[in-house]
Ligand binder design. Structure first.
Ligand code: GAR
Length: 208
């Protein structure tokens, strides 16, 4: 059974989708062993508590340098014996030591079809604002492995969602979450836990 550490910063609806998937047996060979938040006020922490999942808070501003923060986050994840790290709306940038320690073992959910509307500055509602601004007819979500390039790691699963003429960033965000994020994130996590994901030449091969 693999230990899954879920990193959060906000509302935690993707964490909730993982909790629900775990309860319904959709996550095979894995269990959410801890929730780590960048923000002590995140509602995601309440969701963890309600479901009896241990949680911790680690704040970037408590560390002087990026390197010290990265090392501290890596040490927490090692202490928690994480086999898989899931970024479920985690808004703090980390790098170096965490990525080295957990190569191809960190999964992020991003609310667009990468490589559209991703990279620096594209997070949360900003992604949907940009998609509507561009007038795309299709957007969606991507579950991908994390490497040193922001939103540039190997793609695991994507799901498309149609935009509507009267969409606001908020309505589009909600539809992308419901139709794509909450479905593909638990699926990607379950595939990982069953050792069904292999990275070759920067691409993910799924063995079903
Ligand atoms: C989700 O839409 C997630 O895809 C996005 O933040 C939201 C968090 O919501 N993540 C990013 O934009 C990362 N670049 P949640 O806290 O309700 O899961």
């Amino acid at each position: 059974m693999k230990n899954i550490a879920v990193l959060v910063s906000g509302g935690g609806t993707n964490l909730q989708a993982l909790i629900n998937a775990q309860k319904s047996g959709e996550i095979i060979n894995g269990r959410i062993s801890c929730v780590i938040s960048s923000n002590e006020k995140a509602y995601a922490l309440e969701r963890a508590k309600q479901n009896g999942i241990a949680s911790r808070v680690i704040k970037r501003r408590d560390f002087q340098t990026q390197c010290e923060y990265d090392d501290a986050l890596r040490d927490i994840l090692k202490e928690e014996k994480a086999d898989l790290v899931v970024l479920a709306g985690f808004m703090t940038i980390f790098g170096g030591s965490v990525i080295n320690e957990f190569e191809n073992r960190i999964i992020n959910i991003h609310p667009s079809l990468i490589p559209s509307f991703c990279g620096k500055g594209f997070y949360g509602l900003h992604v949907h604002e940009a998609a509507l601004q561009r007038g795309v007819k299709l957007t969606g979500a991507t579950a991908h492995f994390v490497n040193e390039i922001c939103d540039g790691g190997p793609i695991i699963i994507q799901k498309a969602v149609e935009t509507q003429p009267d969409d606001t960033p908020e309505t589009l965000q909600k539809r992308v979450m419901e139709q794509a994020e909450w479905k593909i994130l638990p699926k990607a996590v379950s595939l990982f836990c069953q050792d069904k994901l292999k990275v070759e030449n920067g691409k993910v091969i799924i063995s079903e």
